[in-house]
Design a protein around this ligand. Sequence first.
Ligand SMILES: NC(=O)c1ccc[n+]([C@@H]2O[C@H](COP(=O)([O-])OP(=O)(O)OC[C@H]3O[C@@H](n4cnc5c(N)ncnc54)[C@H](O)[C@@H]3O)[C@@H](O)[C@H]2O)c1
Ligand SMILES: CCCCC[C@H](O)/C=C/C=C\C/C=C\C/C=C\CCCC(=O)O
Length: 254
Amino acid sequence: MLTGKVAVITGSGQGIGKTCAETFLNNGAKVCLSDVVVDRLQATYEEFKLQYGAENVHQIPCDVTDKTQVEDLFKGTVDTFGAIDIVFNNAGVGIHEDWESVIQINQIGVIRCTYLALEYMKKSSKGPGGIIINMASFAGLCSSPLDPIYASSKFGVVGFTLSHALHADVVDSGVRMVALCPTFVDTTMIDDDNMKYFIEKIGVIKKEKLAEVVLEMVKDETNNGKCMVVTAQFHYYKDDFPKVEDVFLSTKQS
Ligand SMILES: NC(=O)c1ccc[n+]([C@@H]2O[C@H](COP(=O)([O-])OP(=O)(O)OC[C@H]3O[C@@H](n4cnc5c(N)ncnc54)[C@H](O)[C@@H]3O)[C@@H](O)[C@H]2O)c1
Ligand SMILES: CCCCC[C@H](O)/C=C/C=C\C/C=C\C/C=C\CCCC(=O)O
């Protein structure tokens, strides 16, 4: 159970973010919903307020590419619920004509939210500690020619999360930093003819199943610096990323 815990989820007006919000609420957490699309956010907020009570759900519109809005998101959550224990940096876009905005939203947005959330969560700032889950993708672990920019943004999230988890600012902060790499999930993001071939080959993860894995990640207090891979068949922590000291210590000098 997550009773007494407070979660912030970016991009939670629909899709994976909305389903994870529902799973957190069902497990006793208070949730601050957030999205750049305000009418979608409002509709989800109204739905959850009826179901879970106004004391358990809050909404703050936020574009993760805007520093002031991200600051207002975390400050507003603390003002409302008193603290932040869980941040799910989920907001993202798929295939998009403006490649620079994909990097801005999917990669720089995650980095910005991580830095600002940490200020409210780390124990040295009298925060409660907790977990920051950064949404990447299986496309952040392998070459995927369908959209090199999307893949690049997600490789960036994996690299940032696994590296930042080991940084001095994080290791003693009481905050765990974890990356999430699912294959295709049943949201409108994958409504694209170019993906049909791949989807037929590897299948689709149900949002509800992914949300259960996210819940498992929240409850696992030993997962700092790990990367969770989720497929339609199974999920596991990928543990074969070399650390920089492993690379140098294992390299024979000629
Ligand atoms: N659906 C998949 O197959 C899949 C697989 C792996 C990873 N992902 C990742 O999961 C995340 C959620 O995707 P989804 O499938 O639920 O898609 P979705 O389109 O249903 O949801 C994404 C949400 O993010 C919001 N958003 C977009 N830009 C934003 C911004 N600048 N600021 C704040 N919110 C913004 C959207 O309004 C939307 O509500 C994304 O990061 C995506 O890359 C999706
Ligand atoms: C096996 C990769 C599954 C990635 C799912 C993903 O995050 C959903 C993304 C939706 C749109 C993004 C655009 C590109 C798809 C990325 C990878 C497809 C893999 C196929 C390939 O290019 O070889």
